[in-house]
Design a protein around this ligand. Structure first.
Ligand SMILES: *Cc1c(COP(=O)(O)O)cnc(C)c1O
Length: 356
């Protein structure tokens, strides 16, 4: 017996995506951001696949993720912890797995042992983590293995903040000659100014997300989510579907009930209501709108225009994958693809493709 939800992870696409980004950033090196359990796909799986593709530098968010990544990767890879020297952690938590925190405040630096590897995070506009430019003091911060900052809206190439952040980062970089510098996330890699410096830090694009919203996605889809139909029914005009009757049939409508819901990480906002449309899923080659509120374990699609023979118990609907863009599914559900991936539930069957 296999679960009714199937998540297919295409390891060849993951590998090709990293290689594509590495070509784009060369001669700068290309790291891989594998935080949040490898954006929901499994940190060990992603880390090993990308190491085998040639990646040698990895970024996680938390020290605990770094410990897991280290166990999977062996000694050769370098692993940075983006959240820095985390509150509540000890030097030994990092040293035990040779993890380098990206230090983001004077308080963190004071607690760190500078004989051990570390990076420096400089804040250029996010106001979240990192030293302000005026706090940078090369005399007291020597030995850093990395100088990095992070874009606020790199996915919007027209945002003037990008150029301001690049200028601020240049000033920080001038204070630390010879220290490898890193600024670009997935979208940053595709900015016209190409601020790759020594090391790029893509995450989302590796997993097939579009780093260039509004333009054609240069990446391959690496994740496919399919959910099986449990039953179908006809309803009459004026009847509603789902909790609180938020969606009303305007014509005789055939509904299909699908075996996954928000407990599986599907966005609560994924479903048309009388107030507006929602995302569409592909069933038997046709795009079918999700209708009504997302339930915990179920959701409902309008399959009126499918022939009876095309949909029944066990028919699979593609929520996103090769023919339904993750970014589109997410946007029409009122969220972002990052949140959809990192929220993927635990009840799916996980199928791996490629990786040989
Ligand atoms: C998550 C993260 C990245 C990767 O961003 P993507 O948009 O997923 O490519 C890079 N740098 C930092 C600091 C991050 O937090």
């Amino acid at each position: 017996m296999s679960p009714p939800g199937r998540l297919t992870i295409d390891l060849d696409a993951l590998r090709d995506n990293w290689r594509r980004l590495a070509r784009e950033t060369a001669p700068a090196a290309c790291a891989a951001v594998i935080k949040a359990n490898g954006y929901g796909l499994g940190v060990e799986l992603v880390a090993v696949t990308l190491f085998n593709a040639g990646c040698r530098i990895f970024f996680v968010a938390h020290v605990g993720e770094g410990v897991r990544a280290r166990a999977a990767l062996g000694r050769e890879a370098r692993i940075f912890v983006l959240n820095g020297f985390e509150a509540g952690a000890e030097v030994g938590d990092y040293a035990g797995a040779t993890l380098a925190p990206v230090i983001g405040s004077a308080a963190e630096l004071a607690r760190w042992d500078r004989a051990l590897p570390f990076g420096l995070h400089v804040d250029t506009g996010m106001n979240r983590l990192g030293f302000a430019l005026g706090e940078l003091d090369p005399a007291r911060m020597g030995g850093a293995a990395l100088l990095m900052s992070h874009f606020v809206s790199a996915e919007d190439g027209d945002d003037p903040l990008n150029a301001r952040q690049i200028a601020a980062f240049e000033r920080a970089r001038a204070l630390f000659p010879g220290v490898p510098a890193s600024l670009a996330n997935s979208s940053g890699i595709f900015l016209p100014t190409g601020p790759h410096y020594d090391l790029a830090r893509p995450g989302y694009a590796l997993y097939g997300g579009n780093p260039t919203p509004g333009r054609e996605n240069p990446m391959r889809a690496a994740v496919t989510l399919e959910i099986a139909v449990q039953q179908t029914r006809w309803i009459e005009p004026g009847e509603t579907a789902g909790y609180n009757g938020r969606w009303t049939a305007r014509r005789r409508t055939k509904l299909a009930t699908l075996l996954a819901g928000y407990a599986d990480g599907l966005p609560f906002g994924a479903g048309a209501t009388d107030a507006g449309p929602g995302p569409e899923v592909r069933i038997a080659g046709r795009m079918c709108p999700l209708v009504g509120r997302m339930s915990m374990d179920l959701c409902i699609a309008d399959v009126t225009y499918l022939p009876d023979s095309a949909v029944g118990p066990g028919t699979r609907a593609e929520f996103f994958g090769p023919t339904v863009a993750l970014d589109t599914f997410a946007a029409k559900s009122g969220t972002i693809g990052y949140s959809v991936l990192t929220g993927l539930g635990a009840r799916y069957e996980r199928v791996l493709l490629g990786g040989g």
